[in-house]
Design a protein around this ligand. Structure first.
Ligand SMILES: *Cc1c(COP(=O)(O)O)cnc(C)c1O
Length: 405
């Protein structure tokens, strides 16, 4: 049976394991040393040299002008959306095939997601679907002045909006479209130049959910650095981990410092006074997590190389199997191949394969259930999404951890 052949092959990539996990962390460098250093110095919490060092390493690696570490990727996205100007009652465009965190962060802002389709080659937001939806549903109008807002201290969302005369509103429900959040699925970059160009035409800021794509590049530029803001995640199942952690990326000289202000306690700098001038979120990454991050960043090139080799081994293998397609990096892209993915013939075949692999503790899993099908979001606006539906029904992620053997 071909499925047994595939499962045996996956086992051969991760030998001598009772369970083959989907993705586990790899600690092969200075992780213990740096974490121990935090404990011995007592600097385990919100102050310490590793946070700054980790942020510097991320800036160097991604090319972003500002990098602000947070407790997780979800909180990074929450603040990035706020800084992009997302407010209560707004609409935020994203894709139905994504991890729940994308839509949770949109919801924390009091906004609602709108779902446009994905492309079959990137598994990320389709510029065509986005452009069509905007064309049909959005009109540019002179900014509404919210009653009661005048005279107050500027809100971060106002600060971030340069005085553009026109704002995008939904033609029928009159809600403001305040951001667009493409997500780089499993590490494969979306078509960022088209997405940014389309959004610019409509004055919609782009916030990239690059949680899965550290080490992935679109036309030579790191993912997460195309939009007004971007975010990364360092959760335990991601390419590198800090236990829990995230990062806000931006080149904006106003938003970068403001991101730091909001993710801490929004305290005015002063040698001894405690004066806070905004509602801060205390989303700051602890030093002990950042210590892990510094060690993981040192390992990142090696981890990416190893994962790329694994992807090529899978690619060659699945080329020999009919009716199964291995997802490769899109044109003009370098993918980090965070999670390798295959497309089976249909949902029945997918379920049969998942059943057999998991029974043998080879941890394969289906794609996320599309966001527009979940009870929290099934009332949200959705375009025709044939590609998302098709991918959801046939896709399987296969074990993709660093191979240490
Ligand atoms: C992992 C992930 C996040 C952030 O998750 P955290 O667990 O909060 O770090 C956000 N979006 C996507 C698409 C993700 O995969």
């Amino acid at each position: 049976m071909v499925y047994q052949y595939i499962i045996d092959f996956i086992r051969s990539l991760y030998p001598n394991r009772e369970t083959v996990p989907l993705h586990e962390p790899y600690f092969g460098g200075n992780e213990k040393k740096y974490v121990l250093d935090c404990i011995e110095s007592t600097f385990v919490s919100s102050v310490g040299k590793y946070v700054d060092r980790f942020e510097e390493m991320i800036k160097d690696f991604t090319g972003a002008k500002y990098a602000i570490a947070t407790v997780n990727g979800t909180s990074a996205l929450h603040i990035a959306l706020k800084l992009a100007g997302v407010q209560e009652g707004d609409l935020v465009i994203t894709q139905p095939l994504t991890f729940i965190a994308t839509c949770n962060a949109i919801s924390y802002c009091g906004a609602e997601p709108i779902f446009v389709d994905i492309d079959p080659d990137t598994l990320g937001m389709s510029p065509d679907s986005l452009a069509n939806w905007l064309q049909e549903n959005v009109e540019l109008k002179v900014e509404r002045v919210e009653e009661g807002l005048e005279g107050l201290d500027p809100q971060p969302s106002q600060l971030s909006q340069p005085s553009q005369p026109y704002k995008p509103y939904h033609k029928i429900n009159k809600k403001r479209i305040s951001a667009c959040v493409p997500m780089h699925t499993f590490g494969h970059p979306c078509k960022m130049d088209s997405i940014v160009e389309i959004c610019n035409r409509y004055h919609i800021p782009v916030v990239e959910d690059a949680a899965e794509s550290i080490g992935s590049y679109y036309k030579g530029k790191h993912t997460g650095t195309f939009g007004k803001l971007g975010i990364l995640s360092f959760n335990g199942n991601k390419t590198i981990t800090t236990g829990g952690g995230g990062m806000i990326l931006t080149d904006d000289d106003e938003l970068g410092p403001l991101a730091k202000h909001l993710t801490t306690t929004a305290k005015k700098p002063h040698p001894w006074k405690f004066e806070h001038n905004m509602i801060g979120y205390n989303y700051r990454l602890p030093n002990i997590n950042a210590a892990l991050g510094c060690a993981q960043m040192e390992m990142l090139p090696e981890i990416l190389k190893n994962k790329r080799e694994t992807a090529h081994i899978y690619q060659d293998f699945f080329q020999t199997i009919t009716d199964i397609n291995f997802i490769t990096e899109p044109e003009d892209c370098i993918s980090n191949y965070w999670l390798n993915a295959i497309l089976l013939k249909d949902m029945k075949e997918r379920d049969a394969f998942l059943e057999q692999a998991n029974a043998q503790k080879v941890r394969c899993r289906p794609a996320w259930i599309l966001m527009n099908k979940l009870e929290m979001f099934n009332h949200c606006l959705t375009t025709e999404i044939p590609i998302s539906e098709k991918i959801e029904s046939k896709l399987v992620n296969v074990p993709s951890s660093y191979r240490n053997n």
